[in-house]
Design a protein around this ligand. Sequence first.
Ligand code: LCV
Length: 259
Amino acid sequence: MALVSVEEDGAIGTITLDHPEKRNALSEALLGDLVAAFDQFREHSIRAVVLRARPGVKVWSAGHDVDELPTSQRDPLGWSYPLRALVRRLQEFPEPVIALIEGGVWGGACEVAFACDLINATPDTTFAITPARLGVPYNVTGLKSLVAALPVAVVKEMIFTARPLGVERLYQLGAVNHIVPADRIAAFTTDQARSIAANASLTIAAMKESLRILADAHSLAPTQFERLQDLRRQVGESRDYREGLKAFAEKRPPVFRGE
Ligand code: LCV
């Protein structure tokens, strides 16, 4: 059973996250369906993509599927993991991707939203960055994409508290393009997509990739990179990480001991 629905209307492709039973948690299966949808759009020369959930949802996506986080000593958010691969796919897809968001965006789903080129959101939208809620060692590229989208002080607040932040705050900070009432956001987004589809695809694809390369252009000494990785290793090997997963499975608040 597909966990996303895919539609094409002329040059505009729409992907709807469609696993409400698990609050559109980003499982390996759902992420695989998302990648397949982008492959289909590449073949059909789609010019603009809308990524959304069903109209009226309270949760756009609950983030990484916690049931699929490794309990072994493996890196839980490594380069080759499906969520990382999807974020890169969104960033490398040559046509603009517009996130149409309603409801709660949790954990890794924030990165998926920020990896889109534009974000239109309804007034009830919230964003929560949650590694500290689970004891998870967030990954370096993910941190960099958050700091690219938001001021460091706001990223720290979101990570340290793991509390949802209202969309108004992110709109004021420029991380969200438009706040649009739920009864108008689909038409607003379609109009935006149509205006993109009418423009020069080569220019848009070249500008999208150029902006990505320029945003990535910053040096990191090997020792700095090793330190970043070692920080993540220590967290990933911690008892707190395993306690975070266990507490989630047992539907109880985690008891973190800093070890
Ligand atoms: C698996 C789930 C999930 C889920 N995974 O509905 O960014 S990082 O580093 O933290 C990264 C590792 C990451 O993204 O981690 C995941 C971060 N996400 C969260 O912390 C959100 C966890 N979910 C929730 O807090 C609630 O489900 C929300 C508030 C999203 C929705 O609450 P609501 O009462 O509407 P339930 O909690 O009843 O969830 C419905 C079903 O979906 C499962 C959940 O376990 C439940 O399953 P059962 O019906 O089998 O009990 N579910 C929800 N989120 N991320 N499974």
